[in-house]
Design a protein around this ligand. Structure first.
Ligand code: SF4
Ligand code: SF4
Length: 310
């Protein structure tokens, strides 16, 4: 395993975050004054009692959107390599990384609309249910690193973490697409092919499991089908090689979206979840820029500091 510091988790205040954070965010983030979120005590999760969360699953009832380069880093790590290799072999990943399949999305919505806390229908594949530990801890997404169900400083803390989550998620999306382009993957063509799956949603799901179908993975991976792990490791390599420029690279990246596919999925899901989906409109237009998300983070961090003085 490489000794590059990107593999070593670091501290943001009292919180442990992936080592890549030191590089993918603007430098100022590492100097932020961040209080410990003592009420979100995950190994003694208060939501088990308060909200009836399953004690061994808690809030890990999601399929996290782990980008290709973080999966690649996890493949370079002998502790996480077998888990990622197995997950790839089962058909759960696409070129950008982990991506919720149509049937997983349907199960997830069922759980949101009518949660049976005793029987969570979607459980993160990277959760160790016995120890309750995250098996992807050093390479987890910004969403997982910034989620706290309680905030010791109330709304100011919540807004700060949410803004940092939005920024980190957008940077991860940008870097995932940039890395694909850097290793010779035709990103624009990939998005066109992905959108074409919206014409036959049924065929995107594996008939025998809740994974992506073989035909959809062949379509999306193209020449890389069967070498998905190599693709992710190549993406990790280019991200690590450019680690001192990652924020600037992310800012320059034109982030593409699977708008046609998303709309087709939404129409299909509307049949089963009309009340929920009508109130949850798909975002329209171009995504917010990374620069404006960074501005929001700076403002919310400032408000967090002011709340400490009042
Ligand atoms: S963040 Fe999740 S696991 Fe941690 S305390 Fe809150 S609900 Fe429980
Ligand atoms: S990656 Fe880790 S923290 Fe995130 S949902 Fe899965 S188990 Fe939970």
């Amino acid at each position: 395993m490489s000794l590059d510091p990107v593999f070593e988790p670091i501290k943001l205040g009292a919180h442990t975050v992936p080592g890549l954070w030191r590089y993918m965010f603007p430098d100022d983030v590492m100097y932020f004054r961040v209080d410990p979120e003592t009420k979100s005590s995950c190994f003694n999760c208060p939501q088990v009692k308060a909200a009836g969360f399953h004690p061994s699953v808690r809030c890990c009832t999601v399929i996290p959107r782990v980008p290709n380069f973080l999966l690649g880093m996890a493949l370079f790590d002998s502790r996480t390599e077998p888990m990622i290799t197995d997950y790839i072999a089962k058909g759960y990943v696409l070129p950008e990384g982990c991506n919720i399949s149509p049937s997983q999305l349907s199960a997830s919505l069922s759980y949101i609309v009518k949660p049976d806390r005793d029987k969570p229908t979607v459980i993160c594949p990277f959760l160790n249910r016995e120890s309750k530990a995250c098996r992807l801890y050093s390479y987890r997404t910004t969403v997982c690193s910034t989620f706290f169900c309680h905030h010791d400083r109330g709304d100011e803390g919540r807004i700060f973490w949410e803004d940092l989550q939005d920024l980190g998620s957008q940077i991860e999306a940008a870097l995932g697409q940039w890395a694909l382009g850097e290793v010779g993957f035709d990103v624009a063509s990939y998005f066109n092919r992905f959108n074409s799956l919206g014409l036959s949603l049924d065929s995107s799901n594996d008939p025998g499991s809740d994974a992506w179908s073989e035909s959809s993975r062949k379509l999306l991976f193209g020449d890389w089908y069967g070498r998905e792990g190599d693709l992710f490791k190549r993406c990790a390599d280019v991200v690590i090689a450019h680690k001192d420029q990652l924020y600037a690279i992310a800012c320059r990246q034109n982030i593409l979206q699977t708008a046609t596919y998303d709309e087709a999925t939404r129409k299909e899901l509307l049949k089963n979840f009309p009340a929920y989906l009508v109130s949850e409109a798909l975002p329209e237009g171009t995504p917010e820029t990374i620069q404006s998300l960074w501005y929001s983070v700076q403002l919310s961090h400032r408000n967090l500091q002011l709340s400490r003085q009042s």
